[in-house]
Design a protein around this ligand. Structure first.
Ligand SMILES: [Zn+2]
Length: 484
């Protein structure tokens, strides 16, 4: 017998709740396979189910969750009791922005369900990928395939009814070896989302062979490469580095709950102020960034968020000027109230929880930078006098308000007089967020644009790990501090 969720939601509003919703996960499965030097080092499999209830009463949220379906009513009652208890302490009554009430279904594009592929078949493929990496000079090889499959049903007191069926796959290959100074060098490949799918079919071995050969060759080059030069120079970021730059210094900085001061306990502030919207020059006129949850092939696309708001494509930075944020129904009303003007015209549909037993909060969707008009990667290199081309994120350190950063990368290449010279090891760069984006001097065209995924974005207390994407082109920044 299926449980009548809508009846329980009505029971909440009958008892004085101004709003209630439930997210029911009939099933969520996750597999992680980790092969190290040809041996299966770990195989983690988890399966959960449960539901989470949010109730808004007397201006305060109450939340409760359970995986016990034998008495769901008790969990609804607990959520209402929690809201009423919280209401005694709440100073600013919560109001939700209006939304279009939707009944809909979202299914992520998937031709081959990875959970229907046998363990033997997965192991055979991982062995094949490992074989591509097993070359002289490579000391460590890693092949990781993580897969997720979940169904979520959502109902709220405003009449929304949504079902989401999501499959995602996060594969990667990596090689490592010690260089002549005894420092470990690494190269990795995580396939960008260029196609239209999120299923097992992206594991087709042919597409991996060339990339495996490339990262092995680059690792060998790193082992004898000179170190990164130091000084002010141009930095060209490949998409597999640019995505993290965007993630840390545009994405997190523009989460509206951070801007309003809600995430401070998790190093989660932002230098952005409410008065900055519509005014702040965040970057050069070449910078246009958006939160686009409508890309079909990314883990940052989910159809409807956990406020029941449909996926949107919204500008964050328009030709250098800050115009938008990553928003939920709750935060946009609070921000508009605090600012004394209407900055936000409704939720941007970016409110998500990572599991049934976590509360939804502002999470990145696909935080993208639009392709530009500066041609291909080779065109940009040709017009660069002196600089470094950087690829592969290795380590990062970011100010808690996202106003400054320091990144190291797996690999670099020296660029002199418009020519790519040779490989550089131990590359790094740093800067102040606004100065850096204002120095953006070239943005690659669509041929350089890739959707990179993030499967481990952490936020919230208790912690939530979220999956999302970044569609980014090759970008060049000038007068950047390199090599320290
Ligand atoms: Zn993150």
């Amino acid at each position: 017998m299926t449980f009548d969720w809508k009846k329980q939601i009505r029971r909440m509003t009958d008892q004085g709740a101004s709003y209630a919703d439930v997210r029911y996960y009939p099933s969520e499965e996750e597999d992680v396979l980790f092969m190290w030097n040809g041996n299966l080092l770990a195989f983690d499999r988890s399966a959960t189910s449960g539901f989470g209830v949010r109730v808004l009463a007397d201006g305060a949220w109450g939340f409760a969750a359970s995986s016990n379906l034998s008495d769901p009513e008790a969990t609804f009652d607990q959520a209402l009791a929690n809201a009423k208890a919280a209401a005694k302490r709440v100073q600013r009554p919560i109001r939700l922005a209006d939304k279009e009430v939707v009944k809909g279904r979202f299914e992520s594009p998937c031709q081959e369900d990875p959970f229907l592929i046998s363990l033997d078949e997965k192991m055979r493929l991982m062995k094949e990928l490992d074989g591509y990496l097993a070359q002289p000079g490579v000391e460590q090889r890693r092949v990781v395939i993580s897969t997720v499959k979940k169904t979520i049903r959502y109902y709220d007191s405003e009449g929304a009814e949504i079902e989401k069926a999501i499959v995602d796959i996060f594969p990667s290959i990596q090689v490592a070896a010690m260089d002549r100074d005894g420092v470990q060098q690494e190269r990795k490949y995580l396939p960008p989302r260029l196609g239209s799918s999120r299923g097992w079919e992206i594991m087709e071995p042919g597409r991996w062979r060339d990339e495996a050969r490339r990262i092995v060759d680059e690792l060998k080059g790193l082992l004898t490469a000179p170190p990164c030069p130091k000084g002010l120079m141009s930095v060209i970021l490949m998409p597999d580095m640019m995505f993290l730059q965007v993630h840390e210094t545009i994405g997190h900085a523009l989460e509206l709950d951070r801007i309003l001061g809600y995430e401070l306990s998790y190093a989660g502030g932002s230098f952005v102020r409410l008065e900055d919207f519509g005014r702040l020059q965040y970057g050069s006129a070449k910078l246009t960034a958006r939160a686009d949850a409508t890309l079909i092939n990314s883990p940052g696309s989910f159809g409807y968020d956990d406020d029941g708001v449909a996926a949107q494509n919204r500008l964050l930075i328009d030709r250098g000027i800050l115009v938008g944020a990553i928003t939920s129904r709750q935060m946009v009303t609070e921000a508009n109230d605090k600012a004394g003007r209407q900055i936000f015209d409704g939720s941007g549909g970016a409110c998500r929880a990572c599991a049934f037993n976590r509360v939804p909060l502002e999470r990145m969707t696909n935080i993208n930078v639009d392709p530009g008009e500066d041609g291909s990667l080779e065109d940009i290199i040709r017009k660069t006098e002196r600089g470094v081309l950087l690829s592969g994120e290795k380590s990062w350190s970011i100010g808690s308000n996202r106003e400054q950063f320091h990144f190291a990368t797996d690999i670099g290449w020296l660029i002199e007089d418009g020519v790519r010279k040779h490989i550089l090891k131990n590359c790094s760069y740093s800067g102040m967020t606004l100065d850096f984006y204002r120095s953006l001097s070239a943005v690659g065209d669509a041929s350089t644009w890739e959707v990179q995924y993030v499967d481990n974005c952490g936020k919230g207390v208790p912690g939530q790990v979220m999956q999302l994407g970044h569609g980014v082109p090759v970008c060049r920044f000038d007068q950047v501090k390199v090599g320290d």
